[in-house]
Design a protein around this ligand. Structure first.
Ligand SMILES: Nc1ncnc2c1ncn2[C@@H]1O[C@H](COP(=O)(O)OP(=O)(O)O)[C@@H](O)[C@H]1O
Ligand SMILES: [Mg+2]
Length: 232
């Protein structure tokens, strides 16, 4: 099955008098269970593409289908619902709520979903354990290292059992060792939970994990190759 299908996506940004190309006729299909890295220099359109795939931004033209559902015509409410239940996001900046503990940050998502309190409590501890943070439930983001904060963000992304995780330069603020631990975690989630991953990066080391490497430049896809040498 196709996890995401993009057809002829175009997105321009108007900055004063100047038109900036974000995406230029991007067409791409990603199947369920794929582990894809999106690479390219800064400004090549990686974030714009991930935002479009996740419904955080609407392209000017083109079609996007996620899990066989067209998302380019959804209302704001339908889109929010789809994001909440089907897609997990992991960002470069971990985007945790600073006044909430690790566990509360995860429970917050489930609260929005209407999950009852007892279940929220159990589930949040379960996913914290899954990302190797069982001892850190009561800590605030400021009391966690960058790598640990990113793991909380991953726990928050997987708690709703998404079929797809979109990660935008998730290792950008992490040291090499922590970055490869995070990638190992992604690989494991891909293998054991069959979650499809699309990860943007311009870090060469991270690309060695890719089973498929898509390169972008100036808002276009310039190459798309399957790799058999991935660390998996
Ligand atoms: N909100 C915005 N307003 C104006 N230009 C933008 C905006 N978002 C992205 N762009 C431009 O679109 C292009 C692609 O950006 P982006 O998708 O962020 O690239 P990448 O993530 O690969 O660094 C860049 O030229 C960037 O400056
Ligand atoms: Mg970016």
């Amino acid at each position: 099955m196709t996890a995401i299908s993009c057809k002829a996506l175009c997105r321009t940004f108007q900055q004063g008098e100047v038109k900036i190309t974000g995406l230029d006729q991007v067409t791409i299909d990603i199947d369920d269970g794929e582990f894809v890295c999106l690479s390219g220099p800064s400004g090549s359109g990686k974030t714009t593409l991930l935002n479009a795939m996740g419904g955080l931004d609407t392209p000017d033209s083109g079609q996007i289908t996620v899990n066989s559902q067209r998302i380019d015509h959804l209302s704001k409410g339908e889109m929010a619902d789809m994001r909440l239940h089907k897609i997990g996001f992991v960002f470069q900046a971990y985007n945790l709520i600073p006044v909430l503990t690790a566990q509360e940050n995860i429970e917050f998502v489930m609260q929005v979903q209407g999950v009852p309190a007892t279940k929220r409590h159990i589930k949040s501890l379960e996913v914290l354990k899954e990302v190797g943070l069982e001892g850190a439930a009561d800590r605030l983001p400021s009391q966690l290292s960058g790598g640990q904060q990113q793991r909380v963000a991953v726990a928050r992304a997987i708690v709703s059992k998404p079929t797809l995780i979109l990660a935008d330069e998730p290792t950008a603020n992490l040291d090499t060792k922590t970055a490869s631990q995070l990638m190992d975690l992604f690989v494991e989630l891909n293998r054991h939970h069959k979650i499809t991953f699309v990860i943007s990066t311009h870090d060469q080391r991270i690309m060695t994990y890719a089973r498929r490497l898509i390169k972008m430049q100036d808002g276009k896809i310039i190459s798309d190759e399957k790799l058999s040498s991935a660390i998996q």
